[in-house]
Design a protein around this ligand. Structure first.
Ligand code: SF4
Ligand code: SF4
Ligand code: SF4
Length: 872
C-alpha cells in the first residue's frame, strides 16, 4: 500500500525493486486530468462537459496544491476541486446535473490511484516557476511483483506498507496498473539529470522514464528479492537512457541527409536544363506540341538538342544507390524486422542463474538479442559478436560519410572506395562509436572468476570494447552453492564445508578489480545496488570508454547467503560499510599512475581501517541507549547464515573481563590478544544486547578484508588524508570511551539470556549521530556562507531537508543529521569538494550549496567548481 502523504520521492523503492514492479512517475496536473477523461471516452462514458470543466478545475487544483502542505492528501484536494467546479455551475441547471454525473464517472475512473506532493517534483519546481510542479506517483505492477517486500524495507518514510493479499486488493492493483499504463511518460524536465554522459545529476531518476524503466521486463522465476535482477535492471535502464536519444538524433540526421541528397539529385537533373536558353525552351515546346509536358519529355528534348547525355549515369546510379542505402538504414534504426527498430544492445549470457531467470518459459525479459552459451563462453562469444556487429555498423557509417562527402562536393567514387576498404570500429569517430549498441557478456562469479576466467582475461587483453557484467554472489548460486574463488575466507558452502577438518573456505577472495588493473586495458567498476548513483555513474563511464569494461557488482543470493527476501539493499550497504566489499573504480584513461586511475569514492571513513557505526539498544533497565562501534567484517558476517557456524551465543553468566569486542580485538597485536576472547554484539528481538563468540576463521577473514582495504587505499593515494585526520582522532577517542563504558558499567547491568534474533542483529548506520546526543563533530548550520578570499563555506537550508540520506550516503564525514533528522554540515573539510557538489546534485530537496573550495590543487577542481556554480 502506497501512503502518498508520507512519500518524499526519494526513489529508493523503484531503484531497488528486482522485478520492475514499482515504477515511479511524475505527471503534470493537466496530464492526469486528460488521462482520466480519455479513459472515460474509451470506456464509452459521457464526457460532454468534462473537457472544458477539467481545464477550469486545473487552475483550482494547482492553487490548492500550492497552498497545501506536502503532507496533505492529493485525493482530498482533487475532491475539493471537483466540488468547487460543480458548484460553479448555476444551481438547478442541466449543466450542474451533467457535471455531477460526469464527475461521478471521473471519480470512478481515477479510482484509488494515488499521487503525492513532493519537494523535488512539486514544491521546488513551483518555487522556480509557478505552474511547473508535477505530481509524483508510485504504482505496483501486480503482474510482476513477487512480494519480496524489499521496497517496504528501503522506504524509510513509512510510505509503503505491506497489506494482506485479497481478491479485492489484487483487483485494485490491476485497475491502478491499467491506469498507470495510460498515464503519459514523465516529462524530461522532471528527470533530474543534467548530463548523463558526464554522470551529472541524480542518476537513478532515469528510471522515472517509462522507456528506460520498462525494457527489462520481469515476471520470471527468479528467487524473491534477487539482487542480480536489480543490477541488470539498472544496467539495462542506463544503456537505454544513453542509446535511445542517440538513435533518435541519428534518425533525424539520416532524414536530413536523405532529404538533402534527393534535393541535390533533383537540382543536378534540373540543372542540366537551362530555362534561360530561349531557343532550347522553344524547341522543347515545339517537340511537345499540344501533348502534356512532363519533366521526362523536357529532359528528352534537351538531350536531343545537345545530342549527348546530360547526366552522368554512373554518378546518378551511385547517388540513388546511396539514397536507397540511407533509407534502408533509417528503416533498420526505426523499424527493422522486429518493428521495434535497432536494438540498443546485445547480451551473451553465461549459463547460470541469470540465464535461468532470463529464459523462464515463455518469457525472456530482454527486448534485444540475447544468446545463452556454456558457462565459460560469454566473453569469447562477445568478442566474435562484437567484430561481426561492428562490420555492419561500419557499412552504415560508410554510407553516411559518403553522403556527407557528396553533399560537400568532395565525392570521388574511387577515392571513397579506397578510403573505406578497411574501415572498422577503430576508425569510428566518438559520435559513431557511441551509437553502436554495446555487446555485453553477462554472468555470475562462477562463470567469470572461475570457469570462464581465461576467456575473460583474453577478452580484456584484446582491447575490444566489449562490456562484461558480473553479478557477484560469491558462490555458485545456480548449481547448489559450491565454493567459488570469489567467496570470503571462512564462508561456508558446498566444497567449503564446516567441520572438524576444515572450517569453511580456506582461501582468500580473488579480487577481480586487482586483476582488471593488472590487464592495464580495462575500465573497472565495483559497486552495489545500495549505491545506485555510484553504480550508474560507473556504468556510464565504462560504456563511454572505448576500452573493455568490467562491472563487478555485489549481488546477494537469498538462499545461499541466508538472508531475508527483503534484505538485499541492507546487506549490500553493510558489505561496503564493513569493508567486505569496497566500492571502487579504475579508469586507465585518468592518468599514468595507479593513484590517479583508482577512485575509492563512496566508501565511508576512507582513512580508517573500519568505519564507525551507531548501535541503538535497550539496557537492562529498559532505557534506550546508543553506542558507537567500528563496523568490521565480522559485524557483516554475523548477519548472514553463510557464516553462522563461526558464532556461538555466550550465556550472560559467562561474560567476563577477558572478552573483547571484536573491533578492539582486531586492533590488538598478537601478544596483546593472548588470553582474550573476541565477541561481537548482537541484539535480540527486544533490542537487548547479547554477545556472540567469534571463531578464529572470522578473525582471519576480517584481517584479510582489512589488508585488502589497506592495499586499495595505498594504491589509491592519500588525497584526502588531511581532511580525515581530525576525525580519526575523534573516532578513536569515541571508541575508547565506548569500550571503557561497556567494560565498566554495562556488564553489571545486563543479565539473563535472550533468544538470538538474526533479523535484528547489529545495525550499521555510521552516518547518524546518537539519539538525544549532539553529533560528535560540531555541526555547522550556517544560514549564510562564510567567505574567506576565494573560499566560500558550504551551507544547507536545513529546515527544507527531506532526510533522503543522499548527502550522508555520499559522505558521512561532511554531512550528518541533527536531532530533528535534518541534514547539517558536520565538517565542511570532511571530504573532497567534489562530494559537496555531488551531494548538491543529488539532494532531492535541492538545499545543499557547495560553496567554493579552499584547496584548489585537487584533480579536476575547475570542473567541479563549474558543476557546483548553479547551487551557490
Ligand atoms: S514487493 Fe518486491 S517485487 Fe513487489 S514491488 Fe516491492 S520490491 Fe518489487
Ligand atoms: S519515500 Fe518511500 S514510497 Fe516514496 S519514493 Fe521513497 S521509498 Fe518510494
Ligand atoms: S540535505 Fe541531504 S538528506 Fe537532506 S534532502 Fe538534501 S541530500 Fe537529502
Amino acid at each position: 500500500e502506497f501512503i502518498p502523504e508520507n512519500c518524499t520521492a526519494c526513489g529508493d523503492c523503484y531503484t531497488v525493486c528486482p522485478d520492475t514492479a514499482i515504477p515511479g512517475l511524475v505527471n503534470e496536473v493537466g496530464q492526469v486530468l486528460d488521462t482520466v477523461v480519455k479513459r472515460m471516452k474509451k470506456n464509452g462514458k459521457s464526457t460532454e462537459q468534462l473537457p472544458r470543466a477539467v481545464r477550469k478545475m486545473e487552475s483550482t487544483l494547482r492553487k490548492n496544491f500550492v497552498d497545501a502542505a506536502e503532507s496533505e492528501s492529493v485525493s482530498d484536494l482533487f475532491e475539493a476541486a471537483i466540488q468547487a467546479t460543480i458548484k460553479a455551475a448555476p444551481e438547478g441547471s442541466d449543466e450542474r446535473q451533467q457535471l455531477t454525473d460526469e464527475f461521478a464517472d471521473f471519480r470512478e475512473e481515477l479510482g484509488s490511484f494515488q499521487f503525492s506532493l513532493t519537494r523535488p517534483y512539486f514544491t521546488t519546481p513551483e518555487k522556480k516557476q509557478a505552474g511547473s510542479g508535477g505530481l509524483f506517483s508510485i504504482t505496483i505492477d501486480p503482474y510482476t511483483c513477487k512480494g519480496c517486500m524489499e521496497c517496504v524495507e528501503v522506504c524509510s518514510d513509512d510510505a509503503l506498507r505491506p497489506i494482506k493479499q485479497t481478491r479485492e486488493s489484487v483487483a485494485d492493483l490491476r485497475k491502478n496498473w491499467d491506469f498507470w499504463l495510460d498515464l503519459p511518460n514523465t516529462p524530461e524536465k522532471y528527470i533530474r539529470v543534467d548530463d548523463l554522459e558526464k554522470g551529472i545529476g541524480a542518476l537513478e531518476t532515469i528510471l522515472l522514464n517509462k522507456d528506460a524503466y520498462l525494457p527489462f521486463a520481469s515476471g520470471d522465476g527468479s528467487c524473491l528479492g534477487c539482487s542480480e535482477k536489480t543490477v541488470v535492471h539498472l544496467f539495462v535502464a542506463t544503456v537505454e537512457s544513453l542509446i535511445q536519444p542517440r538513435v533518435k538524433a541519428h534518425v533525424a540526421k539520416l532524414d536530413d541527409l536523405i532529404a538533402r541528397l534527393k534535393e541535390h539529385i533533383r537540382l543536378e537533373l534540373a540543372g542540366a536544363i537551362d530555362p534561360g536558353d530561349v531557343a532550347e525552351m522553344a524547341a522543347v515546346l515545339s517537340d511537345a506540341g499540344d501533348g502534356e509536358l512532363t519533366l521526362a519529355k523536357i529532359a528528352d528534348s534537351v538531350e536531343k538538342t545537345h545530342e549527348a547525355a546530360l547526366v552522368d549515369r554512373d554518378w546518378l546510379k551511385a547517388v540513388t544507390d546511396l539514397v536507397a542505402r540511407l533509407q534502408d538504414l533509417r528503416w533498420r534504426y526505426e523499424k527493422g524486422t522486429t518493428g521495434n527498430g535497432r536494438s540498443t544492445m546485445g547480451f551473451l549470457n553465461a549459463t547460470g542463474c541469470t540465464s535461468v531467470w532470463g529464459s523462464t518459459f515463455p518469457f525472456n525479459p530482454y527486448p534485444f538479442p540475447w544468446a545463452n552459451h556454456l558457462f565459460q563462453d560469454p566473453a569469447s562469444m562477445a568478442m566474435g559478436v562484437f567484430e561481426g556487429h561492428m562490420a555492419k555498423m561500419a557499412d552504415g557509417f560508410k554510407a553516411v560519410r559518403m553522403a556527407e562527402a557528396l553533399l560537400e562536393g568532395k565525392y570521388d567514387a574511387d577515392e571513397q572506395e579506397e578510403r573505406y576498404r578497411y574501415f572498422d570500429w577503430q576508425d569510428f569517430t566518438d559520435e559513431e562509436y557511441h551509437l553502436c549498441p554495446p555487446v555485453v557478456a553477462v554472468g555470475g562469479d562462477g562463470a567469470m572468476y572461475d570457469i570462464g576466467f581465461q576467456n575473460l582475461s583474453r577478452a580484456l587483453m584484446s582491447g575490444k570494447p566489449i562490456k562484461v557484467l558480473v553479478v557477484d554472489t560469491q558462490v555458485y548460486s545456480n548449481t547448489g552453492g559450491q565454493a567459488c574463488t570469489s567467496g570470503f575466507f571462512g564462508q561456508i558452502s558446498d566444497m567449503a564445508q564446516y567441520g572438524n577438518a576444515i572450517k569453511g573456505k580456506e582461501e582468500v577472495r580473488k579480487e577481480m578489480g586487482l586483476i582488471a588493473i593488472a590487464h592495464r586495458t580495462t575500465y573497472f567498476l565495483q559497486s552495489t545496488i545500495a549505491h545506485a548513483n555510484h553504480m550508474i555513474e560507473g556504468f556510464v563511464e565504462g560504456l563511454m570508454s572505448r576500452r573493455p569494461a568490467l562491472f563487478n557488482l555485489y549481488s546477494s543470493c537469498q538462499p545461499e547467503h541466508g538472508i531475508g527476501d527483503d534484505m538485499s539493499h541492507h546487506q549490500a550497504k553493510l558489505a561496503v560499510e564493513s569493508r567486505a566489499y569496497p566500492l571502487f573504480r579504475y579508469d586507465p584513461d585518468r592518468g599514468p599512475t595507479v593513484g590517479e586511475c583508482l577512485d575509492l569514492d563512496g566508501n565511508p571513513n576512507p582513512n580508517l581501517d573500519w568505519p564507525v557505526a551507531k548501535v541503538d539498544y535497550v539496557d537492562d533497565r529498559g532505557r534506550a541507549q546508543t553506542m558507537e562501534l567500528s563496523t568490521t567484517f565480522v559485524d557483516f558476517a554475523v548477519t548472514e547464515s553463510r557464516f553462522r557456524k563461526h558464532f556461538r551465543k555466550i550465556p550472560r553468566d559467562s561474560w567476563n573481563d577477558n572478552m573483547v569486542q571484536v573491533g578492539e580485538y582486531l586492533a590488538l597485536d598478537e601478544d596483546d590478544r593472548e588470553g582474550k576472547v573476541p565477541f561481537v554484539w548482537a541484539l535480540d528481538a527486544k533490542q537487548k544486547l547479547s554477545r556472540l563468540l567469534v571463531a578464529q576463521p572470522m578473525i582471519d577473514s576480517a584481517e584479510e578484508r582489512r589488508a585488502f582495504w589497506i592495499m586499495l587505499r595505498d594504491l589509491g593515494g592519500a588525497e584526502e588524508e588531511a581532511a580525515d585526520a581530525n576525525e580519526v582522532q575523534i573516532e578513536s577517542r569515541v571508541r575508547q570511551e565506548v569500550v571503557q563504558k561497556l567494560a565498566s558499567g554495562l556488564m553489571g547491568l545486563v543479565s539473563g539470556s535472550q533468544a538470538l534474533d538474526m533479523g535484528a542483529l547489529l545495525e550499521a548506520v555510521p552516518s547518524t549521530p546518537a539519539a538525544g546526543q549532539k553529533p560528535q563533530l560540531a555541526a555547522v548550520e550556517t544560514a549564510a556562507p562564510a567567505v574567506e578570499g576565494d573560499y566560500m563555506a558550504p551551507w544547507i537550508d536545513t529546515e527544507e531537508c527531506t532526510a533522503c540520506d543522499e548527502c550522508i550516503d555520499i559522505n558521512p564525514q561532511i554531512f550528518a543529521y541533527n536531532d530533528d533528522k535534518k541534514a547539517v554540515i558536520k565538517n565542511p573539510d570532511g571530504g573532497p569538494y567534489r562530494d559537496l557538489v555531488k551531494s548538491a546534485e543529488k539532494c532531492t530537496a535541492e538545499v545543499i550549496h557547495p560553496g567554493l573550495p579552499r584547496d584548489r590543487s585537487a584533480k579536476d577542481i575547475d570542473k567541479w567548481i563549474k558543476r557546483g556554480e548553479k547551487f551557490n
